[in-house]
Write a new protein. Structure first.
Length: 191
């Protein structure tokens, strides 16, 4: 926040202390037609007195580019500050809510299992065509893990991959045996 205030002060000082260049404009044609005696209007159409005088020099290009970059940084800083302010307000609001989604696992198209905290209770719900409560988590250790966002995956990824592969092979072999017993595993041809 201190950096943001410092940036505002620096930006303000650059904009306020920049040299102001004022140019006097020549009168328009309609003004000269109404009042031919105005300075800058001549009957001959020659150069006026002001054109003979030197015009003040415009500010250098590098100074204009610097001011442009600083203005951009200032605007981006304001946007960043406003977004941070809004985020803090939303976080304060979300901490006071009674319902909170702890996370979920997608199971397929338009189907998932979600962990939801309502008040002091944690529920596991199934979401699909309908929403159904599957169970309530009553184990204190599991509730604390869910609320703190911890996972109990302390095992090896390689070891769990091997376990999954073994379980998958076992289930496939059981399915093959069931098909053979029921007669589905044989080739059926019409004779």
């Amino acid at each position: 926040m201190k950096k943001f205030i410092t940036l505002i002060i620096i930006m303000f000082s650059f904009l306020c202390l920049s040299p102001a260049v004022a140019y006097s404009s020549s009168p328009s044609v309609s003004e000269c037609a109404k009042n031919p005696g105005i300075d800058g209007c001549s009957e001959e159409g020659g150069e006026s007195k002001e054109e003979n005088e030197e015009q003040p020099a415009a500010e250098p290009l590098w100074w204009s580019a610097t001011k442009l970059i600083l203005a951009l940084v200032f605007v981006l800083g304001l946007i960043y500050g406003v977004l941070k302010f809004i985020q803090k307000k939303n976080n304060l609001f979300s901490n006071t809510r009674q319902m909170h989604n702890l996370g979920g696992v997608p199971l397929g198209q338009n189907r998932s299992v979600q962990a939801v905290k309502i008040g002091g209770h944690v529920y596991i719900i199934g979401v699909g065509d309908t929403v159904e409560m599957l169970t309530e988590i009553t184990d204190e250790e599991t509730r604390k893990q869910l609320l703190n966002g911890e996972s109990d995956l302390s095992g090896d990824n390689e070891n769990s991959g091997k376990q999954f592969h073994q379980l998958f092979d076992k289930q496939l072999s059981l399915m093959k045996e069931n098909r053979m017993r029921n007669g589905r595993g044989k080739d059926h041809t019409d004779e």
